[in-house]
Design a protein around this ligand. Structure first.
Ligand code: TLP
Length: 341
């Protein structure tokens, strides 16, 4: 099987497993796991933030950050296809009583004008707007990179209006690898952000949130409340350290492979793909002529290719370190050939 459903499907490599086996560990609830502490310091420094906190998943990372920034009844402004809205099981409503104000974006990016309009005036009958949340890279837009020059005015606006800025940076590694812009350059415009080790970086588990000392002190409490405090988590932190050192530098290979896939697919008269949207390791492509994407995904499974149908006409492919260029090319050719027959 060529598994292109997500970059989350990778399995730890031998080198990563060896690093995990050798980890020095302790009880992290006492703050005594040296490997977790090392990872937190390393990522805080990479992101240019005062402090960072290791959490089990990207979802928990986002949810803790948003919970710390807002009160029940408050509103978070986010792009219509944001992960925090669609794919976190309604956690904002359930865990934090936060409601979402969605704004349509272009390639995952909301315009400052739209955001400004969405911020509620301060009347008692409106919800209170407390957060602007961005996602970089933007998953549903096809792994697009949010242009930093468009993020800056939004951050300035947020500061002037005392709104918190949160970044879902599950794949910020990919944005940075593709654009050459440092992680900290992106991070400095946000009060909080989450980054994941279990996506393109190939670790089995784990994400990190980062912000100011005060923010992380509060996040530590919330992580415990959400059941995300861990004990000898150093084994997982060792995988994340290995992932940053060995797999962050190779992400461009995945980006090249995504482009190869997209270019082959673009040749098919039965499919459309916006090649400009293929900036990192995700390819979103669409069926034409009423061809059902779910059915196509099922047929491709029989041909040995796994991918995700995202709706009746949209499919997603994600490249990662466990698929080679040959396999990605083969998967694209199988897809095109299947539609010819
Ligand atoms: N995304 C998964 C699915 O949930 C869609 C995937 O296969 O892409 N933020 C972003 C932008 C994400 O893409 C994901 C995972 C998360 C947060 C949540 O991470 P986890 O799965 O660790 O909770």
């Amino acid at each position: 099987m060529i598994d292109l459903r997500s970059d989350t499907v990778t399995k730890p490599s031998k080198g990563m497993l060896a690093a995990m086996m050798q980890a020095e560990v302790g009880d992290d609830i006492y703050g005594e796991d040296p490997t977790v502490n090392q990872l937190q310091d390393k990522v805080a420094s990479l992101l240019g933030k005062e402090a960072a906190l290791f959490v089990p998943s990207g979802t928990m990372g986002n949810q803790i950050c948003l919970n710390v920034h807002a009160q029940p009844g408050d509103e978070v402004i986010c792009e219509s296809d944001a992960h925090i809205f669609h794919f976190e099981s309604g956690a904002l409503a359930k865990l934090s009583g936060i409601q979402v104000h969605q704004i349509p974006g272009s390639a995952g990016m909301m315009s400052p004008e739209h955001i400004e309009k969405a911020v509620r005036p301060s009347a008692h009958y409106y919800p209170r707007t407390s957060i602007i949340a961005l996602e970089n890279t933007h998953n549903m837009a096809g792994g697009t990179i949010l242009p930093i020059e468009e993020v800056i005015p939004i951050a300035d606006f947020a500061r002037n209006r005392s709104l918190r800025m949160h970044l879902d940076g599950a794949r910020l590694w990919n944005a940075s690898a593709a654009s050459g812009i440092g992680l900290h350059e992106y991070a400095r415009h946000f009060d909080s952000l989450s980054v994941c080790f279990s996506k393109g970086l190939g670790a089995p588990i784990g994400s990190m949130i980062a912000g100011s000392y005060d923010f992380i002190a509060e996040a530590l409490r919330t992580r415990k409340q959400f059941g995300g405090a861990m004990r000898q988590a150093g084994y997982l932190a060792a995988a994340a350290i290995y992932a940053i050192d060995h797999n962050f530098p190779r992400l461009q290979e995945d980006h090249v492979n995504a482009r190869i896939f997209a270019e082959i697919i673009a040749e098919s008269p039965a499919l459309t793909v916006d090649l400009n949207s293929v900036m990192t390791n995700i390819v979103m492509f669409y069926t034409k002529q009423g061809l059902d994407a779910y059915q196509l995904a099922e047929q491709l499974k029989e041909e040995g290719v796994l991918l995700h149908a995202m709706s009746t006409d949209a499919l997603r492919v994600v490249t990662h370190l466990d698929v080679s260029q040959e396999e990605v090319t083969q998967a694209a050719q199988i897809t095109v050939n299947l539609l010819q027959s």
